[in-house]
Write a protein that binds this ligand. Structure first.
Ligand code: CO
Length: 292
């Protein structure tokens, strides 16, 4: 019996984004790569921040106590040590290669504070929306140490850390039933150990983007090549059934995709709900101490 082969059609780059330099928390210097301007286009993703500095003045203040409601935060530490504590009683140390996956749900107050006085602090924080029926769910928290992140290496010498979703038959550290978490996030950290090509299947409905954090990467689609420079986010068109990335040795790329929710997005700072009334309620609940 033969299996019919579906031809691979790689997505094209729709737009490249440089992000905005800003500070958040207690003065932590970062680049907001995915801003509010892209929330509709990249539904269900609400934000991507990239922080990276070897100057303690850029990160020493950390992120003291602050609230969240209505979505999930996924923090991926490339280098450094950060301690998380939240009002639901969770505590964890986030360090080199580890992931913290926090489901804020109806609300938590948490802090993310550096546990280093010098050296490099580098990583990412992604905000992933929750569907309306889960925005008020109980808060959850998972601390995933680097050894718990599944890795695969392709014959081309490309190593893939599968944080969430599935790649080449390998399930990610976070893999949840679509009935419960309909955004089905794919989160891959792709390392090119030598010059090579990496292909990943993507569902056409899923919105997807990549971010280059070492070297450069080239997106290949039907013979057309688009170079994505260092520290650029490339939003991918939805046509096609996957993505083909070509890169030189040493390049590192995040690939993130998910099923859009197609629901209204109402954001006020750290609260992301569906309506203005729900935002007012969130602020009222926070002031009344109900998120603690
Ligand atoms: Co936070």
């Amino acid at each position: 019996m033969t299996t019919p082969l579906t031809p691979f059609i790689g997505r094209r780059v729709e737009q490249q984004v440089a992000g905005q330099a800003t500070r958040d928390g207690d003065g932590v210097k970062l680049t907001r790569v995915l801003t509010q301007a892209h929330q509709r286009r990249l539904d269900p993703f609400l934000m991507l921040d990239n922080f990276g500095s070897d100057d303690p003045k850029d990160y020493g203040g950390g992120f003291p106590d602050h609230p969240h409601r209505g979505f999930e935060t996924v923090t991926y530490m490339i280098s450094g040590r950060m301690r998380h504590k939240d009002s639901a009683g969770h505590e964890g140390l986030l360090q080199n290669g580890g992931v913290q996956w926090m489901t804020a749900g109806r609300g938590v107050i948490h802090s993310e504070m550096p546990e280093q006085e010098d050296g490099v602090m580098e990583g990412f924080q992604l905000w992933l929306n929750l569907p309306s029926h889960q925005k008020m769910c109980a808060p959850g928290y998972r601390d995933i140490q680097t050894a718990q992140v599944p890795e695969l290496t392709t014959p081309e010498g490309v190593t893939v850390r599968v944080i969430s979703g599935e790649s080449q038959g390998v399930l990610g550290a976070v893999h949840r039933p679509a009935e419960l978490f309909p955004t089905c996030p794919l989160y891959l950290d792709i390392h090119f150990q030598q010059d090579g090509i990496f292909k990943q299947a993507l569902k056409a409905a899923h919105n997807a983007f990549l971010f280059v954090y070492r070297g450069t990467a080239t997106v290949v689609s039907d013979g057309q090549e688009t170079l994505v420079a260092l520290h650029r986010m490339a939003i991918l068109q939805n046509e096609g059934n996957g993505i083909e990335i070509k890169a030189a040795s040493g390049s590192k790329v995040l690939l993130i995709a998910g099923q859009p929710l197609h629901e209204p997005i109402a954001q006020h700072g750290p609260f992301v709900m569906n309506t203005r009334e729900e935002l007012i309620q969130a602020v009222d609940d926070f002031r009344a101490g109900l998120l603690a």
